[in-house]
Design a protein around this ligand. Structure first.
Ligand code: S3P
Length: 429
């Protein structure tokens, strides 16, 4: 994809359904009784990996133009897969399904693409093993492919060293198959879609926050049944983030992004944009199915640098590449700290963001847990996405304000989370 600088992005758009929520609808629907009807499901490659896996586990899933219908078979209704489960590029599929598979009376193996198979799985293998699961890394390197055999699970209390919704959700899902209460404490609250949605499905799940710290604990006790739901997936704030950034930094722009999920555990980017001087207004705020939504109005603004650190990090972790792009054209310096998790995403995003920003002429220094960016002017470059969808999209936004042409290599990788990304752009020209 070749892009050049523009001005005047104007219009009203919607973004596709939330990726995290789409995965969970299919997973929870599969182990619920009755049908789960999903509207605005994200048809991105990652969520299609989840559908493919649950079909391999014997679940009938119908896909029509605007609806996905999951014919759930109950908590104990999955059947032994005849094939290795292909999780593609999806960390969420891998980690969440591992929790469910650990509680099954059959063996399973799962594997993904090169990037997925190099991501850390010890973070789920350890707590699942503590629960009594039989899960191992086939190559003994702490990564997928994973092999899971039947085990009898007991409830544990797990103190997670990382604020990760994938780790938390994996343990909670295994907890559905345990003999007592399972709880997870994380250093700060990660996205809570599992908690909100499982509760709607009828799970016995409780969250609490220690008053004297930022630590958050969630506990679950097994129930006999979950019940199919009708769900409309909110627009993905992680996808909206690219258009929020574009609206703020492309001169003479005004964009209304409708029906975006603004769950506080996901909406850190809004706070950062505000801190950077961005003109953002939330309209039509409402709550549906436990999730908050709003329409987001963005206007071109003069941005300045800021510091992003601490407990806000998990609420914007996937948006850091595009936040870094905003910082690269803002006035002054932006410091991003406490974000070492970036190193274990689809790529090492400290490295991929810094390398590509440098290629565009930005003054940026990678650090152990983030980066320091001094804003200025960008110039066109060849962007090495390393097949990371968020790098492709973030640097497509950088291209819009860079001098000269920018080439996004392997831009097709946007299909992982936002197949229509470049089409949405056309709507704003
Ligand atoms: C996700 C959780 C986050 C996020 C990922 C989706 C989820 O990962 O980066 O894109 O749906 O639970 P971690 O839980 O590893 O932080």
């Amino acid at each position: 994809m070749e892009l050049c600088n523009i001005t005047g992005l104007k219009g009203k758009i919607t973004v596709p359904g939330d990726k995290s929520i789409s995965h969970r609808c299919v997973m929870f629907g599969s182990i619920a009784n009755g049908t789960t009807e999903i509207h605005n499901f994200l048809e991105g490659a990652d969520c299609l990996s989840t559908i493919r896996c649950f079909r391999t586990l014997g679940i009938e899933i119908e896909e029509t133009d605007d609806t996905v219908v999951v014919h759930g078979k109950g908590i104990h209704g999955l059947s032994a897969p005849t094939n290795i489960l292909d999780v593609g590029n999806s960390g969420t599929t891998t980690r969440l399904i591992s929790g469910i598979l650990s509680g099954q009376p059959f063996e399973s193996k799962l594997s993904g693409d090169e990037s997925l198979n190099s991501r850390p799985m010890k973070r789920i293998i350890e707590p699942l093993t503590e629960m009594g699961a039989n899960i191992s890394s086939i190559l003994r390197n702490g990564c997928a492919p994973l092999y899971i055999c039947p085990g009898s699970l007991h409830g544990i209390h797990y103190n997670s060293p990382v604020a990760s919704a994938q780790v938390k959700s994996c343990i909670l899902l295994a907890g559905l198959y345990a003999d007592g209460e399972t709880s997870v404490t994380e250093p700060s609250l990660s996205r809570d879609h599992t908690e909100l949605m499982l509760r709607e499905f009828g799970a016995n799940i409780h969250s609490s926050y220690a008053l004297d710290s930022t630590k958050a604990t969630v506990s679950i006790t097994p129930v006999k049944e979950l019940y199919g739901q009708k769900i409309t997936v909110p627009g993905d704030i992680s996808s909206a983030a690219y258009f929020i950034a574009a609206g703020l930094i492309v001169p003479d722009s005004e964009i209304l992004i409708q029906n975006v999920g603004i769950n506080p555990t996901r909406a850190g980017i809004l706070k950062v944009c505000e801190d950077m001087g961005g003109d953002i207004t939330l309209l039509n705020e409402r709550t549906e199915g436990g999730e908050k939504l709003a329409d987001i109005l963005v206007k071109t603004s003069r941005l300045h640098g800021t510091t992003i650190e601490g407990e806000i990090i998990p609420t914007l972790i996937d948006e850091i590449p595009v936040i870094a792009v905003m910082a690269a054209v803002a006035e002054g310096t932006t410091v991003i700290k406490d974000a070492a998790e970036l190193k274990v995403k689809e790529t090492d995003r400290i490295e991929t963001v810094c390398d590509n920003l440098k290629a565009m002429g930005c003054m940026v220094t990678p650090t152990e847990d983030g980066m320091i960016i001094t804003g200025g002017k960008l110039k066109g470059a060849s962007i090495h996405t390393l097949l990371d969808h968020r790098i492709a999209m973030a640097f497509s936004i950088a291209a819009l304000v860079a001098e000269g042409n920018t080439k996004i290599l392997d831009s097709k990788c946007v299909d992982i989370s936002y197949p229509a990304f470049y089409d949405t752009f056309e709507e704003l020209l």
